[in-house]
Structures are given as structure tokens and as C-alpha cells.
Design a protein. Structure first.
Length: 135
């Protein structure tokens, strides 16, 4: 189990995204976001998009306000992947989960046409595929 700290803003965005997936718990959405984030971090063009989103006001807004602890359970192989990525990225495991949620929800809200297209054509279909498999 990973305990991540998410802002009110991020929780609201998660709630908005989850409306499209009735019956899916927020922990499943967070797992899907983490998986998609790590998958795309291996691709240079996608990693560049995730870096671009950190320059925006939307991403910055996630670091403000009250924080809530969320507990997300990963499979043993998922935990191994997270641990490996934490070493590669020099981040603690909960921070990777937080970054995944913040960067992906930023893409969801982003108005920049290039980033919005990345959300619509790359990120959202992957998240949907994962969530449909657990529904």
C-alpha cells in the first residue's frame, strides 16, 4: 500500500474524471494514472509533454491547499515497478504516485492544444482501457 498526499484540487479533478467510470473507486483511477504515467515516461516525446505540463498554472495549483492522504494498493509486481522507478527518478514511491496524478490531471484540465491533444489521443484511451478491465 502506498500512502500519497493529494491536494483538494487534485481530489476534485479525480472526482470529475471518475464520473465517466461509474463504480470505479478513486484508488483504481490512481493506479491507472500511475501505470500510464510510468509507461509514457519511457517514451521521450511523451516525457517531454509531462515536463511541459509542469510549467503551467494548473500543475502549480495542485501544490496549494489542504492535503489528503490516500491509500492505494498495488499488486506485488506493481510495487516492484514503483520501487524501481523511484530509484531511477530519485523520488520516494508516494511522490511518484502524486506526480502521476498531478501531471495527468493537469493534462485533463489543460487548454494548450498540444497538451490537450496528448490527453485526448494518448492518455485518456489508456486510462479507459485499464479501468474497463477492472470494472
Amino acid at each position: 500500500i502506498v500512502q500519497a498526499s493529494l491536494s483538494d484540487t487534485a481530489k476534485k479533478c479525480l472526482d470529475e474524471i471518475s464520473k465517466d467510470y461509474p463504480g470505479i473507486q478513486s484508488s483504481a483511477l490512481i493506479r491507472a494514472m500511475t501505470l500510464v504515467f510510468l509507461y509514457f515516461m519511457e517514451k521521450p516525446e511523451a516525457a517531454e509533454m509531462f515536463e511541459m505540463v509542469t510549467d503551467g498554472e494548473i500543475y502549480e495549483s495542485f501544490s496549494h491547499g489542504d492535503k489528503h492522504i490516500v491509500k492505494v494498493q498495488y499488486s506485488p509486481s506493481g510495487m516492484i515497478d514503483l520501487h524501481s522507478w523511484s530509484k531511477i527518478l530519485h523520488m520516494k514511491t508516494p511522490k511518484i504516485v502524486e506526480e502521476a496524478v498531478y501531471r495527468i490531471t493537469s493534462l485533463h484540465v489543460e487548454r494548450d492544444p498540444k497538451l490537450k491533444a496528448f490527453w485526448d489521443t494518448q492518455i485518456l484511451p489508456q486510462i479507459s482501457l485499464i479501468l474497463k478491465s477492472v470494472a
